[in-house]
Design a protein around this ligand. Structure first.
Ligand code: SF4
Length: 170
């Protein structure tokens, strides 16, 4: 795929970007509208934390109807997460949001992942190097999603916490 395609044409959400770093099968299932995550208790708890951790007026900035940023504060993109267990995927998700804002002409490079349950934050900065990595990742995501069959089951302890566990192991 030509990586010069404008990002707005790729229509890749933060969730898809996040899932790429967790499990390619999860990404494929989500992209094909098999969305069992919505039924999971973990997602419910995550939504509750979102609702009650930060003032409502600061929330949810939509970009092109595709990217939903939790809030902007002190010149940084903020993303609220329930647990820090998947921190690498969270870091890439926030870097992707910063990348998207930059594509729209917003001069921003910093992000913060808020873990209110753990009472901690992680700061990230978009570098030219990871900007390039993001463009490659967008191409790889499209490749995974266009596979005719879902990728193999991951078969790790991550599956125990995944909303697709019943689907994958039934
Ligand atoms: S249950 Fe495991 S293999 Fe299936 S989508 Fe989730 S993480 Fe991937």
């Amino acid at each position: 795929m030509d990586i010069s395609i404008p990002f707005s044409h790729l229509q890749i959400t933060g969730t898809e970007f996040n899932y790429f770093f967790i499990c390619h099968r999860k990404l494929w299932l989500f992209a094909h509208d098999i969305q069992m995550e919505q039924e999971s208790d973990n997602v419910y708890l995550g939504n509750l934390i979102h609702e009650h951790s930060y003032p409502r007026e600061k929330k949810e900035i939509m970009i092109d109807g595709v990217i939903r940023i939790d809030f902007l504060d002190d010149g940084a993109v903020h993303e609220v997460k329930k647990s820090d267990k998947m921190e690498e995927s969270h870091i890439w998700q926030v870097l992707y949001y910063i990348y998207c804002l930059r594509q729209k002409g917003v001069d921003i490079r910093n992000g913060v992942i808020n873990y209110p349950k753990q009472k901690r934050t992680t700061s990230v900065e978009l570098t030219p190097e990871n900007e390039i990595e993001i463009t490659h990742t967008l191409v790889k995501i499209k490749e995974v999603e266009s596979m005719p069959q879902p990728p193999e089951i991951l078969n790790t302890r991550l599956c125990k916490k995944c909303g697709y566990e019943d689907f994958c192991y039934s």
